[in-house]
Write a protein that binds this ligand. Structure first.
Ligand code: GLA
Length: 392
């Protein structure tokens, strides 16, 4: 049994200081929420797909739950014209990007695009290297609100310089554009990217599986959780660690695994970019993606990333301090059998005999006032997700 303890006050001070180092604007003060085409549709993007995703975000209540950025990932671009301006795939986007951005905006949503700091995108389309200014100006003219900026085909380039260059170009347009850095954690962006971008990928690509893969080519949910564990001091309002987009609802995870995946992304204060087919969501997936109490943990204004506070073999306890003095707590069962165990208030930074009101976030139900600890049974690959509030 291993308890990982850091005085709570020290944590609050550390995180408070980190939160001052935001990008210097008022963007992404809570983790960005939206939908991105890549995880489900890959290169198969089109105007119709994006419009129907925007429609679905409104129709399904996802907009009301907080999702706002509709982001086209790779493969919307085909070439550059004689003046160096990026050319959109006219067959797939016959009305052009400005018209599509207008459509997304007309739904009360925001519009995002993808490019790459190197010569080509990961799918081999034109990258933005040496075209940063003209690309940033073009995006601003179209009405882009969010740019995801990848790192393929960047041999010999310096990450910090390359991302800084696009960051300046975006700022020079005068349009508020959230800048999403995507160099997969390769040069520890959490040490240099606050002030350059609003979020940065901290891991390789997510794969739609529980614990498969463990490489840059793709990794399952549990490997990403592990890679996030030590990065908690670096996230905060305006500067987020990004463990990649959600695979919830893409078919590779069981209902319990979907729950665990979503709960951890909420506890991590991770950007919540849904990556599934919104027109074909099961009731269970819809309930999870729009779970307001879970999302409130993710969007908590304190902006702290949760951390592991206890490791008991296949059972782990993770905790995220919230702005109102309560804590969001995950009991994580990595094993396959049901597991019953108890978490002591001391593990989550409270005095042993504190009386705490406990709320079961999944069940949206108060489960009593408890002194010292709380016991719960959690199924395999599942989580209990609680809010623990000390009584005055
Ligand atoms: C990289 C990124 C992914 C996705 C693809 C697109 O692998 O990490 O998220 O954008 O490129 O080609």
């Amino acid at each position: 049994m291993k308890t990982l303890r850091v005085p709570f006050l020290a944590l609050v001070l550390a995180f408070g200081a980190a939160s001052l180092a935001s990008a210097g604007d008022a963007l992404a003060l809570t983790p960005p929420m939206g939908w991105n085409s890549w995880n489900k549709f890959g290169c198969n993007v089109s105007e119709d797909l994006i419009k129907s995703a925007a429609d679905a975000i409104v129709r399904t209540g996802m907009k009301e739950a907080g999702y706002q950025y509709v982001v086209i990932d790779d493969c919307w671009q085909v070439s550059r014209d004689g003046s160096g301006r990026i050319v959109v795939d006219e067959e797939r986007f016959p009305s052009g990007m400005k018209a599509l951005a207008d459509y997304v905006h007309s739904k009360g949503l925001k519009f995002g695009l993808y490019s790459d700091a190197g010569t080509k995108t990961c799918a081999g389309r034109p990258g933005s290297k040496d075209h940063e200014e003209i690309d940033a100006r073009t995006y601003a003219e179209w009405g882009v609100d969010y740019l995801k900026y990848d790192w393929c085909h960047s041999e010999g380039q310096d990450t910090r310089d390359s991302y800084q260059k696009m960051s300046r170009a975006l700022r020079a347009t005068g349009r508020p554009i959230v800048f999403s850095i995507c160099e997969w954690g390769s040069t520890k962006p959490w040490t240099w990217a606050p002030g350059v971008g609003h979020l940065w990928r901290s891991t390789g690509d997510i794969q739609d599986c529980w614990d498969c893969g463990k490489s840059w080519g793709g990794m399952g949910v549990t490997h990403i959780i592990d890679q996030m564990a030590d990065l908690y001091p670096y996230s905060g309002p305006g500067h987020w660690n990004d463990p990649d987009m959600l695979e919830v609802g893409n078919g590779g995870l069981t209902p319990a695994e979907n729950r665990a995946h979503f709960a951890f992304w909420c506890l991590f204060a991770a950007p919540l970019m849904a990556g599934n087919d919104l027109d074909r969501m099961s009731e269970e997936v819809h309930d999870l993606l729009t779970h307001k109490e879970a999302i409130a943990v993710n969007q908590d204004p304190l902006g702290m990333q949760g951390r592991k506070v206890r490791d008991d073999g296949p059972g782990e306890v993770w905790m995220k301090p919230l702005a109102d003095g309560s804590r969001a707590v995950i009991y994580f069962n990595r094993g396959t059998e049901d597991r019953k165990w108890s978490v002591a208030w001391e593990d989550i930074g409270l005095a042993a005999r504190t009386e705490c009101a406990v709320r079961d976030i999944w069940k949206r139900r108060d489960v009593g006032v408890h002194s010292g600890s709380y016991e719960v049974t959690v199924g395999g690959h599942d989580v209990a997700f609680l809010q623990v509030t000390p009584r005055p």
